[in-house]
Design a protein around this ligand. Sequence first.
Ligand code: SF4
Length: 345
Amino acid sequence: MIKRKKTRQVIVGGVKIGGGAPVSIQSMAKVATSDVRRVVSQIKELERAGCEIIRIAVKDMDDARAVRKIKEKIHIPLVCDIHFNYRLALEAIKNGADKIRLNPGNIRKRGEIAQVVMAAKGAGIPIRIGVNSGSVVKGRGTVTSSLVKSALDYVKLFEQMDFRDIIISLKASDVATTVAAYREISQRCDYPLHLGVTASGSHDQGIVKSAIGIGALLLDGIGDTIRVSLTADPVEEVLAAKRILSSVGMRRDGAEVIACPTCGRCQVDLGAIVGQLEKKVLEQAAGYGNIRIAVMGCEVNGPGEAREADIGIAFGKDSGMLFKKGKMIKKVKAKDAIKELLRQI
Ligand code: SF4
């Protein structure tokens, strides 16, 4: 059982972050923000996949003004990612942003920060202090200490302005640095933490790095919301986030598929069957509820594992034995296995 670190709670467009709330899943739209039709269509696809908070890049005033139109058409909170120009944050807030992300590495004038803080306060929305190793102001110490210092300096400024609706992220592309930075800051303040490994890379590479980094922190009880960054379709980010949360036992909504690694005994294409099944159940988000599906390659460990799950199948040659709540219920052909499993679920 993971003992989560107690953090303050902030609310992003109705979604609670911190203070014991379930760890929420975020992603980021990957099309030009001013192209409202395409952004909305991508966000809706992410909503269906289980994304709970979406971020968009606001790089100019057209993007900031598009916030209102996008918000009218989506159902999850919208976070605006701001760099360099504080005026973009003011415009995004005016247009209904549910949260602003500021980068202390590139918005540094106190007077400008104060204007954004006042506007966020007026609108009742939080700000994420999003420090990245790529743009952090390097101190004399390590990258880890620069990330932490940069965030805490910003926090101090916000607190002087009596603003505490804060979320912090400290992302590095290096897993060990990221984990060390989050561990340190979680001891030094109680603001909720947004976890992620930045620029983590292509699909496979990014998933491994994110699973290690985010997973290690979650197991430590650190982290209140997560984003898996992948150079891939953002739906993959959401599916990976769901897998990470379910692997550390933090989510059981959306079925969990367990499968054997296969070996020379396996006589069906288990990889293809598991891949298709997993995609189908993950895409349904919480639609299948809290269940465990075991897909096993043969009769050695198969029936045992399959019996322990809510639904299970242990394959033989061209067919499999289906188990439900520990009981064998019928034999199915391998080619009908997915259809039959989904029917039983
Ligand atoms: Fe091999 Fe059977 Fe074990 Fe799968 S369940 S790894 S096929 S022995």
